[in-house]
Design a protein around this ligand. Structure first.
Ligand code: NAD
Ligand code: DAU
Length: 339
């Protein structure tokens, strides 16, 4: 099989490429990535020489070049990870989120239609369901929960998700969609909660907790997400949506305290800052469908996964130091100074 993976220089796409090339050494992978601030070629350094891997720097919105690549490569499947992915950046500047997340998705699906009705998988998110109340632990997101978004990011992902369903119904494009909860693990860009707290702890810098730190996220080790996507692409029912999550809800403040303990630092580093606008209270995924239909279950529990993640950041300082010594400093100042 020959697959196109978009956004493969980012966090989940990069982990997916590493997983996929070792799980399916006979397959070919073509990665399309624009290399935005979130894309890092160093994430893919160890596979660059693999004869079954090709990297192409390209914007998924660049119709002419996307079509030319499809004509040249004639892929069997496309897995779309490419996106603007950070909620805080979307609050600051929504435009690029609409462009990449919606127009980019449509462009890729148009190319799929033009070159043989290529199998298409959309990496969506649980954020399309909006949020759940903190005092109703019995409520979980199922695939039938209405789409009801909060941020420009989640709205752009919901727009893309709906477009994928429209391309299936209108044109018969063979699609699947996965809606996953929060991922963590290696190669996670340090603007996101877990890597940001690890990196700041290592520098004894303040740990900026939004609001009171009581918001809840449902964490999944990134490799478990990659395995779920692989399974959906191979065995999922066409036209279906699959929720992906491991029943691992945690309050932000508890995550931060756990990282502090693991790194032997002081809770005095915790600094409560102004809350995120429109901050979703709680996410919680019901993964019954993917378990019952495809046999998927998460393999890495949070206690093990967070230890592996912290160890990875300790052993791969050059990967993240290169990031935080660059443009990231301006971002950090703008986002956190005087907050
Ligand atoms: P990321 O920000 O780490 O990586 C995104 C990648 O996409 C980067 O390599 C970037 O260069 C590339 N990219 C951005 N715009 C592009 C464009 N126009 N053309 C080509 N490439 C472009 O994101 P991530 O956390 O790895 O998320 C990957 C996908 O998974 C996203 O679609 C996101 O919505 C979804 N998702 C993420 C999570 C999570 O917890 N991180 C959970 C569920 C779903
Ligand atoms: O649920 C899936 C989503 O998870 C994905 O679709 C997104 O792409 C991904 O970024 C993630 O979104 P979140 O907004 O949940 O992740 P983030 O790491 O930005 O924040 C997690 C929680 O931590 C959230 O409640 C906000 C809080 N937070 C975050 C940062 C960066 C803080 O308290 N302080 C911080 O500095």
């Amino acid at each position: 099989m020959k697959i196109v993976v978009t956004g493969g220089a980012g966090f989940i796409g990069g982990n997916f490429i590493h997983y996929y090339l070792s799980a399916h050494p006979e397959d070919q992978v073509i990665c399309i990535d624009k290399l935005t601030y979130a894309g890092n070629l160093s994430t893919l350094a160890s596979v660059m020489d693999n004869p079954n891997f090709r990297f192409v720097r390209m914007d998924i919105c660049d119709r002419d070049n996307v079509f030319a690549l499809f004509e040249e490569e004639r892929p069997d499947a496309v897995i779309n990870f490419a996106a603007e992915s950070h909620v805080d950046r979307s609050i600051d500047n929504p435009g690029i989120f609409l462009q990449t997340n919606i127009i980019g998705t449509a462009t890729l699906m148009d190319a799929c239609r033009a070159f043989g009705n290529v199998r298409y998988h959309q990496v969506s998110t649980d954020e399309v369901y909006g949020d759940l109340p903190l005092d109703r632990p019995d409520l979980l997101f199922t695939e039938n929960t209405p789409i009801h978004t909060s941020s420009p990011y989640s709205s752009s992902k919901a727009g893309a998700d709906l477009l994928v369903q429209a391309y299936h119904r209108t044109y018969g494009l063979p699609v699947t969609i996965s809606r996953c909860s929060n991922n963590y693990g290696p190669y996670h860009f340090p603007e996101k909660l877990i890597p940001l707290m690890i990196v700041n702890c290592l520098y004894d810098k303040p740990l900026p907790v939004y609001g009171e730190g009581l918001n809840v996220r449902d964490w999944l080790y990134v490799e478990d997400h990659c395995k779920a996507i692989d399974l959906i692409v191979r065995k999922g029912r066409i036209g279906e949506v699959y929720n992906v999550g491991g029943h691992n809800e945690m309050r932000n403040i508890d995550i931060v305290k756990l990282i502090i303990r693991e790194l032997g630092k002081s809770e005095d580093l915790i600094t409560y800052v102004t809350d995120r606008k429109g901050h979703d209270l709680r996410y919680a995924i019901d993964p019954t469908k993917i378990h019952e239909e495809l046999g998927w279950l998460p393999e890495t529990c949070f206690e093990e996964g967070i230890k592996k993640t912290i160890k990875w950041y300790l052993e791969n300082r050059s990967w993240w130091e290169e990031i935080i010594n660059g443009e990231y400093q301006n971002y950090y100042e703008k986002m956190y100074n005087n907050r």
